[in-house]
Design a protein. Structure first.
Length: 152
């Protein structure tokens, strides 16, 4: 199985819009309102500035060279070496280890290249697949919906 994460690009605009504008995804907190073509295009432009010049960076998850989801860093705080992380894997690709591999790749990137040592995720109590995914990757529940990972 080949899983990669790569920087989002303008050719991913429609892919991103399909995910963002799928109302069944809104409950996971990735986005809660419809995103226009213009907003999505601006978002990609900003994301390409890299997180150190911006406060978010988005990556496309590829499974055997097919786009399978998105993983992103947002609310980056330089002083605290901290960012939040969000992930979504398309339904048809779930349960194959893609989320796990993508999160591991992002953790490595944060530690080795971005100097981000703390990652946070906000996960609803009913979202057991996501809780399992993050807890398996050493995120600890510190309060309510908040899970934190510290690079070691
Ligand atoms: C959470 C999500 C990203 C997991 O992606 P995935 O590719 O299916 O995950 P994996 O196949 O790598 O599985 C990772 C772990 O998740 C858990 N998991 C996956 N599917 C599950 C399910 N249907 N029920 C319970 N646990 C599940 C398992 O514990 C698994 O680890 P294990 O195989 O060692 O037991 C995916 O379900 C998703 O996109 N959900 C909707 C969006 C979302 O909730 N995002 C997170 C917001 S905080």
């Amino acid at each position: 199985m080949s899983v990669k994460i790569r920087e989002i690009d303008h050719e991913d605009l429609n892919f991103m819009l399909t995910i963002e504008n799928d109302k069944s995804n809104w409950k996971y907190g990735i986005n809660k309102t419809a995103l226009s073509l213009e907003d999505a295009s601006d978002y990609i432009k900003e994301s390409k500035l890299m997180i150190l010049n911006n406060d978010n960076q988005r990556f496309v998850i590829e499974y055997n060279n097919t786009k399978a989801g998105l993983i992103d860093l947002y609310d980056y705080q330089f002083q605290n070496s901290l960012a939040k992380v969000g992930i979504i894997v398309l339904k048809k690709f779930r349960g194959k280890g893609i989320g796990d591999k993508s999160l591991k790749l992002l953790l490595k990137l944060c530690k080795n290249y971005l100097n981000i040592n703390y990652l946070e995720s906000e996960i609803e109590k009913y979202n057991q697949p996501s809780i399992n995914l993050f807890v398996n990757n050493n995120f600890k529940n510190i309060s309510g919906n908040k899970y934190v990972h510290k690079a070691i």
